[in-house]
Design a protein around this ligand. Structure first.
Ligand code: PEP
Length: 258
């Protein structure tokens, strides 16, 4: 199996001082335990303005950077935006797409997300496409229908090989940033649903992450859920001991799986 993917979404939080503290402490841990990150792939997605700087800071560490967003357009007159080709020129290999905060605050919908996913793949960037239902949708038992639509919209412009190249992050909106993780049964149920859905759409080994209040106390429980290939971590990735705990458990857990 591919190494599991552990992604830190730093959102629009923190700044150089905090980031340097985290990286410095992580480097020290790696000096004591060089195998710490050997069992997984780690990606950190800071605000765009820090991407190049962070690449430089991370150059000695086995950690890649990712973008939190990308433009749906090809290069042109789109003030404030960043084209996929620009990310690719900066050796950025990952991008979140369709995070629920972008859907909520920037009104990103199916067609925009579909174009963003396509733009990434055209440039060799792996999109991590975020999908998730709201509290209301779950209360009305509409979660499967909602997720299916989000997935089908996101891959509507892709061919089969491109579908297989995507990562998916199941992030129930009601579990993000609140400290209340979804229960293992709900995560398992949805990751199984996603896996079947994507398999029917040509991606036989779908790569699915879970995100939503993952921390050092519940990470192991999430790693044990079948069909998952890793986690997407927000708040806990900016608290060093939490982040370290998640990385340690990921390495130890996945090291035992052939
Ligand atoms: C996220 O926003 O992608 C996320 C998973 O956040 P948190 O871990 O804080 O719930």
């Amino acid at each position: 199996m591919d190494k599991p993917l552990i992604v830190a979404n730093w959102k629009m939080k923190g700044g150089k001082f905090l980031y340097l503290q985290i990286i410095k402490k992580l480097s020290q841990e790696l000096t004591h335990d060089p195998e710490l990150l050997a069992g997984c792939q780690v990606v950190i997605a800071p605000s765009l303005i820090y991407l190049s700087w962070l690449q430089e800071v991370l150059r000695e560490l086995p950690i890649e950077v990712g973008s939190q967003n990308v433009s749906q357009f090809l290069p042109g007159a789109y003030t404030g935006e960043t084209a996929a080709v620009m990310l690719s020129e900066m050796q950025v290999k990952w991008s979140l797409v369709g995070h629920s905060e972008r859907r909520q605050w920037y009104f990103e919908e199916g067609s925009t997300i579909a174009h963003k996913v396509l733009r990434c793949l055209e440039q060799g960037i792996t999109p991590i496409v975020c999908v998730g239902e709201s509290t209301e949708q779950r209360t009305h038992r509409r979660q499967f229908e909602v997720i299916q639509k989000q997935v089908e919209d996101a891959l509507s412009l892709l061919d089969q090989a491109q579908v297989a190249a995507c990562y998916w992050a199941y992030e129930p909106v009601w579990a993000i940033g609140c400290g209340q993780i979804a229960d293992s049964a709900s995560i398992a149920e949805m990751s199984h649903f996603l896996s079947e859905l994507l398999s029917g759409l040509g991606s036989s080994k779908a790569k699915i992450l879970y995100g939503g209040s993952v921390d050092s106390k519940n990470a192991l429980e999430v790693f044990r859920v079948p069909y998952l290939s890793g986690v997407l971590v927000g708040s806990a990735s900016l608290v060093f001991m939490e982040w370290l705990g998640i990385l340690r458990q990921a390495s130890q857990y996945y090291a035992r799986i052939p």
